[in-house]
Design a protein around this ligand. Structure first.
Ligand code: FAD
Ligand code: DLZ
Ligand code: SF4
Length: 507
């Protein structure tokens, strides 16, 4: 008998550790579409279609490469609907000695897998996911004994470990981080690159039919469907980004523009997270583009920091702190998620744009997620768990290991400052500076209170006043609270009244 090698939907890499140790002649691979994974939150239709099509294409590649493989389709009559069920069914079909897989990205699934050995009466080998630069143990060792965790210091370790943009033991350019140069607002007369769109092939068409039929109640537009679903096409999409968008990636990283969904972003997180692109290879390519003089240092460093810095750091925090992390609620926020997060129906132009493009593309870029939808939810006091479940459902790149720390930690400050040092709270002024949304909005970003005022303006002060007992000690907020204290009591009261009136209309 051979082993069962289970490949999860976000493990579509030929280099995955479970395949590396397996034997084509003896072992057999299982890839399964199951409703439990597609519905534990109601994932965006495009996300499910992307993953199922990428899984089917990967299965074909493995077969062509000589692997024996069972592929279970969602609509196969016998499909039990869960990964545990499909592994059990496989073990009935075939003589299985051991079950082997690479560790899953989510705690929820890791806990299920812990029970398999007893349930199936066979050894289960869970191997480390070597696609990350730092192992979970390495991150834990780095974090151990530190009073405070900060991405910047961890990032420097990853630069040293990988040698990316290093000149011996010094960072190229004399600085580790060029973020201060990366805050320009964009204007719509700039050249706008577009991500590479791929025409759906027969396999994708079949999946689109299936998803349209089976997940009609999930958020999002299924078509036009243009994501890459193979490694080759994902690599082509990344190459186009390096050529056309990367040179300006740094400068306009925080910019937002009406009608421009992608700006100079790479739109590769979905490919990296599913295994179609390797994070380190992507960074080496960007380093080479810098070395060749094709892109400036602030762009190359900024991009590489997102991947070997932020991406690795949030994953480390996730495994360090789960399962308790998911329950974090530093501010005790308890309002329900407003309906417009699903529909996009709101007069706030920035939020309407972010939600509509999320519905269309299962994509919004970082500043939209952080400073528009995330900022609003925090200011309005939405329960973090509901905010988290929304982000996990609506983005094509969302898996809990990366989404949860970004949402609860970075965007909601629900962990009280474990992941980042201060809440990303901002009034309308910030959004106005970084975008052209306000010009098209029924609200007036210059007005602070009253019916026509931008809601971000009064919600911002209401949030700070409401949570003063929790935030007063934060050195980065000292000047903000001093500004609040200098306001007249009337002014303070009118901020709080406007906020109360607005929130009363929302819920
Ligand atoms: P680019 O802007 O081109 O960045 C390049 C790459 O860097 C990305 O592809 C991604 O792999 C990586 N990266 C950038 N920022 C981060 C970050 N903060 N954490 C981890 N990786 C990062 N990213 C996800 O991959 N999945 C998520 O579920 C997710 N949820 C988020 C939720 C919130 C509330 C916030 C504020 C951010 C979230 N992010 C998430 C991080 C980030 O917004 C996305 O990675 C990015 O927008 C993806 O688009 P892109 O590929 O065009 O990225
Ligand atoms: C996200 C997802 C979806 C929608 N469907 C499947 C599936 O049918 N089969 C599968 O193996 N994996 C799927 N996934 C990805 C898993 O949810 C993912 O592996 C875990 O969340 C761990 O990151
Ligand atoms: Fe958003 Fe306020 Fe600007 Fe309207 S005025 S787009 S609500 S920031």
């Amino acid at each position: 008998p051979g082993n069962l090698v289970l490949i999860l939907g976000d493990q579509l890499s030929p280099s995955i550790s479970s395949l590396q140790q397996a034997d084509r002649a003896r072992d057999r691979v299982l890839i399964a579409e199951v409703s439990a994974e597609a519905t534990y939150v109601k994932h965006h239709k495009k996300k499910i279609a992307f993953l199922f099509s990428a899984m089917r294409h990967f299965a074909e590649e493995l077969r062509a490469d000589g692997w024996q493989l069972d592929y279970v389709r969602l609509d196969d009559a016998e499909n039990t609907g869960t990964l545990s069920g499909e592994v059990a069914r496989f073990a009935e079909r075939h003589d299985v000695r051991r079950i082997v897989l690479t560790e899953p990205g989510e705690w929820r699934l890791a806990r299920d897998i812990d029970a398999w050995s007893a349930e199936l009466n066979r050894p289960v080998d869970v191997l480390p996911d070597e696609r990350f630069v730092a192992s979970r143990e390495e991150f834990a060792a780095w974090a151990d004994g530190r009073k405070q965790l900060r991405m910047e210091y961890f990032y420097r370790e990853m630069r040293r470990k990988t040698g990316l943009l290093m000149d011996g033991d010094r960072p190229i350019g004399g600085k580790w981080n060029f973020d201060a140069e990366n805050r320009k607002a964009a204007s719509s007369d700039l050249f706008m690159p577009a991500p590479l769109g791929i025409e759906p092939d027969g396999i994708t068409r079949e999946v689109l039919d299936l998803v349209g039929r089976e997940f009609a109640g999930h958020i999002g537009d299924l078509e036009p469907f243009w994501f890459a679903v193979t490694r080759d096409d994902a690599e082509a999409a990344f190459e186009l980004f390096v050529r056309e968008a990367l040179p300006r990636f740094g400068d306009f990283q925080d910019a937002m523009l009406r009608g421009e969904k992608f700006l100079y972003h790479s739109v590769v997180s979905l490919y990296i997270n599913a295994g179609l692109l390797e994070p380190l290879a992507v960074c080496r390519r960007v380093e080479a583009a810098y070395a060749a003089g094709d892109v400036p240092l602030n762009a190359a460093e900024g991009f590489i920091r997102q991947i070997i810095g932020w991406r690795e750091y949030v994953r480390g925090i996730y495994w360090l702190k789960m399962p308790d992390y998911a329950c974090s609620n530093f501010f005790g926020a308890d309002r329900p998620l407003p309906e417009f997060y699903w529909s996009g129906e709101t007069d706030m132009a920035c939020l309407a744009a972010a939600v509509r493009q999320t519905r269309e593309e299962a994509y919004a870029h970082h500043i939209q997620r952080l400073m528009v939808t995330g900022n609003f939810a925090m200011l309005a006091g939405i329960e973090p768990r509901q905010v988290h479940e929304w982000y996990l459902a609506v983005y094509a790149d969302a898996y809990e290991w990366v989404e949860l720390p970004n949402t609860l930690g970075m965007s909601q400050f629900a962990d009280g400052g474990l992941l980042g040092s201060k809440p990303y709270a901002a009034g309308g002024n910030y959004i106005n500076k970084m975008s052209d949304y306000c010009g098209a909005c029924r609200f007036d970003v210059k007005q602070k209170t009253g019916d026509s005022a931008c809601p971000f303006n009064y919600l911002y002060w209401d949030f700070l006043a409401r949570n003063r007992d929790k935030l007063d000690g934060n050195p980065r907020l000292g000047p903000v609270y001093r500004t609040w204290d200098r306001m007249t009591a009337d002014k303070q009261a009118s901020y709080r009244e406007s906020a109360a009136e607005f929130l009363a209309t929302l819920f």
